[in-house]
Design a protein around this ligand. Structure first.
Ligand code: GMT
Length: 375
């Protein structure tokens, strides 16, 4: 099948899921065309059936705001025609799904049928979806897509709640590729972070307010009061400098390391003992699943799709949003009990295998085949 993929090329969860899915589909023999404004962060090396088409917006002096959505639409039309795409799979509602609907209409005027699969990832529904500036466009894009999927049952319910749509929505969870998690930890890196063998707690995100990184720091401050320990913060975003100030005012400068954006989050996960995800909400929590695949239990908030991934008391602990005392108590109880921590590590890895890409990829293929039975 010839499939167009539109996604954000960044390190954000939706871009990562789209890129890994696209690569896996190409490995299975499909022809994959990524259409986006820069090379997807997790793209890796190109293959003969894996293409990247750049959407380049020309900087006309007339525009205060560059019309990216129009240029993206034109690119989708061009690629669909030139490469005879069978289907277009867009990740994130805006502007990808709305642009795709426009592209489909343009193609229809040329006698070309291009079905659109839209995968909703979270903030397109839970944050932007609530904003009247976007709501009508997102709702239209959902209703007009040929198939819609969400990455968790919780996000499906949120979509119904926010948009009052009766569109049929399939749930296809996010996934991991287990083979990426088989390497040993980099002991030199571990020693550089925790020279005396202290436990390492880790958080990875795009440092947006929804992640509540202040809670990560408050949890760590409580753990640090009880035992020598280290906190590794991976990623970057709008909250980073205020969090650096908070680290200073909590007196944690010697024990917290900000390592910024990195290409491969599995490297820090391999040296971690616990993962913290204190978000206000998460449609799924891909970072938590990646931690579990690395054998790292997770302390998290019990919101959104997180409970569909982490099993409380087996491979992690879930608490109310903002319950930093509860989260810290759970973290301390695990770190103080090496036998329990070992069990949780095994259970975390086992649980992650429920999300093996080998189970998930056929679910997407089934959606494509339903829309294009003869491709
Ligand atoms: O986590 C983010 O803020 C990035 C965002 C994105 O759209 O890239 O992530 C969302 O999609 C991920 C992949 O499906 C999910 O694992 C994340 O839970 C979701 N983030 C939120 O719902 C806040």
């Amino acid at each position: 099948m010839r499939i167009g993929f539109v996604c954000y090329p960044t390190f954000g969860g939706s871009g990562v899921v789209a890129t890994e899915l696209g690569k896996a589909l190409a490995d299975k023999g499909h022809e994959l065309h990524f259409i986006t404004y820069s090379t997807p962060a997790r793209m890796g090396s190109l293959k003969s059936n894996l293409f990247y088409h750049e959407v380049r917006v020309t900087d006309y002096p007339l525009f205060d705001f560059q019309p990216y959505e129009s240029v993206l639409t034109s690119k989708m039309v061009e690629i669909a025609i030139n490469y005879r795409l069978d289907i277009l799979h867009v990740h994130y509602a805006i502007p990808h799904a709305s642009a795709a609907i426009m592209a489909r209409s343009i193609l229809a005027t040329k006698g070309i049928y291009l079905p659109i699969v839209t995968t909703l990832h979270g903030t397109d529904i839970t944050l932007l979806g609530k904003d009247p500036a976007f709501e009508p466009v997102i709702c239209y894009a959902i209703n007009e897509s040929d198939a819609v999927t969400t990455v968790s049952k919780s996000l499906k319910q949120d979509t119904y709640n926010h948009f009052g749509t009766d569109k049929e929505i399939g749930v296809i969870p996010n996934f991991i590729c287990p083979s990426q998690y088989n390497q040993n930890p980099d002991e030199q890196f571990r020693t550089s972070i925790a020279p005396n063998g202290e436990p390492i707690l880790t958080h990875i995100s795009n440092f947006r307010p929804v992640k509540r990184i202040q809670d990560v720091l408050q949890v760590f401050a409580r753990v640090r009061k009880t035992m020598p320990s280290k906190l590794l913060l991976v990623g970057d975003g709008p909250e980073r400098s205020s969090m650096e100030h908070l680290v200073k005012s909590l007196g944690l400068l010697d024990d917290v390391t900000f390592i910024g954006k990195i290409k491969n989050p599995i490297e820090p996960l391999r040296v971690s003992d616990l993962f913290l995800l204190t978000s206000e909400t998460e449609s799924f929590g891909l970072a938590a699943l990646e931690a579990m695949a690395s054998g790292v239990p997770v302390i998290a908030s019990n919101r959104g799709g997180i409970p569909e991934v982490i099993q409380h008391g087996q491979n992690g602990f879930l608490h109310e949003v903002g319950d930093v005392n509860g989260m810290a108590a759970s973290a301390i109880s695990l770190l103080e009990n090496t036998e329990m921590l070992g069990q949780f590590r095994i259970q975390a890895k086992l649980r992650s295998l429920d999300f093996n890409i080998d189970h998930i990829l056929p679910q997407y293929e089934a959606v494509y085949h339903q829309l294009v039975p003869h491709a």
